[in-house]
Design a protein around this ligand. Sequence first.
Ligand SMILES: Cc1cc2nc3c(=O)[nH]c(=O)nc-3n(C[C@H](O)[C@H](O)[C@H](O)COP(=O)(O)O)c2cc1C
Length: 211
Amino acid sequence: MDNLQDLRKNYEFSYINENQLKDNPLEQFSIWMKEAINSAELEPSAMVLSTVDAQGFPHSRMVLLKDFSESGFVFFSNYESDKAIQMKSNHAVSILFFWQHLERQVRIEGIVEKIAEIESDAYFLSRPIEHKLGTWASAQSKPIPSSTFLEEQFLYFKDKFKHDIPRPPHWGGYSIKPSRFEFWQGRPNRLHDRFVYKLNESDWTIERLAP
Ligand SMILES: Cc1cc2nc3c(=O)[nH]c(=O)nc-3n(C[C@H](O)[C@H](O)[C@H](O)COP(=O)(O)O)c2cc1C
């Protein structure tokens, strides 16, 4: 694929004004997330979640951010999936957002834990019926014989539960408590802006990094 080498974009949409960076990275993230939601991004809350398995191999996949606050960055998944097994043995994870219309990347690293069951129940309750059934139908990350098998499972649980679908015990939320944030803004001539926030006990230090 020769033409890959010719794909070159000059980033000139914006820049980071150091003096306007928030002292608290959560506030900075909140501003950028709002801007991503109001931009043409298709999935502004989609993030790459990276986990490390017991052998030290990293694994990445997309998940959807469902909430963020001082207590953490929340997403939902299957507690028996590959990622769940990896997070059980290694609580250190990273998440990554790429907002291409804004030419921005945010990297966050931290420690993950399960959220309270009552919070998972509340979010599960708010989901559309089909999504709830999909959660029951899919033994995430396990081999299955066909897509027909999945559809049959879906119909089996539809018939079993009718309209009152409980949260599967093997599905729920995770919350990541960050200790490092990096805000990256593309700039012309590859001289991008990068600012890193690191947690020192209760204070955040900010540094500019070379791109
Ligand atoms: C845009 C997008 C959003 C996704 N959101 C989620 C999610 O919120 N939770 C989830 O478990 N999987 C989500 N997935 C599927 C995961 O990327 C992945 O295929 C699945 O969780 C199994 O990963 P694992 O086998 O590493 O555990 C999403 C995929 C895409 C492309």
